[in-house]
Design a protein around this ligand. Sequence first.
Ligand code: ZN
Length: 340
Amino acid sequence: MCAKHQIAAQLLDCDFLVYGASSHRADLDHLLSSAAAGGAVRLLFPWTGRDQTVGEALTELLADRGVNAVDMGFEAEESPTRAPRLTMIVPDGSWANARALVTELGNRCPQLRGVRLNDRLVAAHESPLIEALRAGCGRGRVSTLEAMALFLREVADDAVGGSTSQTRAFASEDASTLLDGLAPLVEHVRRERAACQPAVGPSPANLQVWTSALEAAVASRGEDLGIVPGLRQCLVCGAALSTPLRMKAHIRGRKHCEAVAKSFLLAEARGALSECTSDIVSRDCMTQPSQAVASQVLLEFSDRPLSCGAIEPPDLALESLSRVITGLKMSCKNDSAFNS
Ligand SMILES: [Zn+2]
């Protein structure tokens, strides 16, 4: 079940039927039998030659049942003394799927008729969901849920069909509930689409400024670069060094700092910085970064990925041995300096 169906099922009193599913067959057969017998079942779809407006459907519903307009409403249980119930079948899927489904249902039940939304309302509607999926395409188009909401709005605004003020109030509330329920899905789609957008590279000038700032920040750390001993593969820029003993020089180098700057600037452009970095960056100047902000960027975009690098035992052994030898050499140098 997709998110849209869950929203409709949770927010409105409606059932979700899958065409062809054996467990749903009886329900659909019942609906089509009811339509064939002249029951109040309609399809929410523009259907040339077989459709009517929302107002026409409501007026007909009242006339067919001989119910006074004052009593009209959407009760769960229908009875001769209570208001009639209009059941709407709302096809979902791609436009081609929905059309195929409508044709199939029409063949199975020639008496079934459609209800079309007011063209003017559809033309004025801007679908936030379709807009989020394809920017610039939302005007005049409706997703399935929005079609349901627009239908309810028409019922709420109905002036000729005979809806009572109570029915209109319920329909208006349901329409707002549906559109509000769609908001988290729209927001999710927006975020997903933004994350999938091809990254626009940072400007050369900005990249240069940040690379230099990062080089200065690494240099200020002195010998203590916090690198995991034995690290030979750089997860930031992809460099594979011949020996872990060169990692310090690599991290201080231009190539590595430029890769860190690129990662940071792309994440910043996408709004994907961690809360901490985002906080510090927002207080700083993007075109003249301070050492404090460059150090934070190093932490997130160099230290953190490097700390996840795989260490090979021979590389670790080599670096440990090298430290011991360096220590011994220093000690000998100090001894000879002292003796002389
Ligand atoms: Zn690197």
